[in-house]
Unconditional design. Structure first.
Length: 267
């Protein structure tokens, strides 16, 4: 073989190697974002969780926050999510029953807590659930109990405390617990019954509602089948939320971890 032919072949082989290397690099560095459907009470906590997860793994996380029941419906209908963070375990179970999520991935990651939130300049600051009947309080916001676990718990607490019939004419409904908080912030409600996790980082007054007035708000994560990143990526995110780093963030935002008592978090 002539020296010129040999040189051409070597050049072609070098070019092929360069192209293959480029393709391999693109394949190894291109990662689909992890898509997580998450309950609205997580909107602050999970932003921090997402940043910590991306820093630890290099994978970007994209959250869709909303009412748990509405998110579950999207997932059951084929919504492209890799993980579902429900504000109540029953909705995670529903997503599994619909065949959209994996039963062996389900994990309780936290227990939520209700508070009565008022802005600092509100006309009245209720100290007990019974105080919601105060004439100075004309509007009480809760999340829609038809599809929002915190709204379900709020309605149950008012019923158990024996004040639902008195305050029902005052009730206004938010689409989710975050919108419910915004009603109080904007002055469209005097009091908002919301998640402690939202009130923790919002200026104002937050009075805990006794947990015995409603069913536990046990929150669950589950990996889902229809996301582009894949259910294995969903499992990794679940494991991160349950790791010491994930637990530290959840505790910072007022969530109880599995096995903790309410006295450990709320005075």
């Amino acid at each position: 073989m002539s020296g010129r032919s040999s040189t051409r072949i070597e050049a072609k082989l070098a070019l092929i190697a360069l192209v293959l290397a480029g393709c391999h690099k693109a394949a190894t560095t291109s990662t689909e974002p992890l898509k997580v459907a998450a309950a609205a009470d997580l909107s602050f906590a999970f932003k921090d969780v997402g940043e910590a997860y991306e820093k630890a793994t290099g994978q970007k996380v994209v959250f869709s926050f909303g009412a748990t029941g509405l998110l579950e419906k999207q997932i059951a209908e084929g919504g492209p999510f890799d993980a579902f963070a429900a504000a109540n375990v029953s909705f995670a179970d529903d997503a599994v029953k619909a065949g959209a999520c994996l039963p062996d991935s389900k994990a309780i990651y936290a227990t939520g807590h209700l508070v009565m939130f008022t802005t600092k300049d509100a006309a009245a600051h209720p100290k007990t659930v019974a105080d919601l009947a105060d004439a100075r309080i004309s509007k009480i916001a809760i999340a829609n109990p038809d599809h929002a676990p915190y709204g379900m718990a709020a309605k149950k607490a008012l019923q158990t405390a024996g004040v639902w019939d008195k305050v029902q004419p005052k009730i206004v409904y938010g689409e989710n617990v975050q919108q419910t908080l915004q009603f109080a912030q904007s002055g469209n409600a005097d009091v908002a019954i919301v998640a402690l996790s939202l009130a923790t980082v919002t200026p104002g007054n937050a009075t805990p509602i006794p947990t015995e007035l409603h069913d536990p708000i046990d929150q669950a994560l589950v990996a889902c089948k229809n996301g582009k990143a894949g259910s294995d990526a969903g499992r990794k995110f679940i494991a991160f939320v349950q790791s010491p780093d994930g637990h530290a963030i959840m505790k910072k935002f007022g969530f109880l971890l599995p096995g903790e008592t309410i006295a450990a978090k709320v005075p």
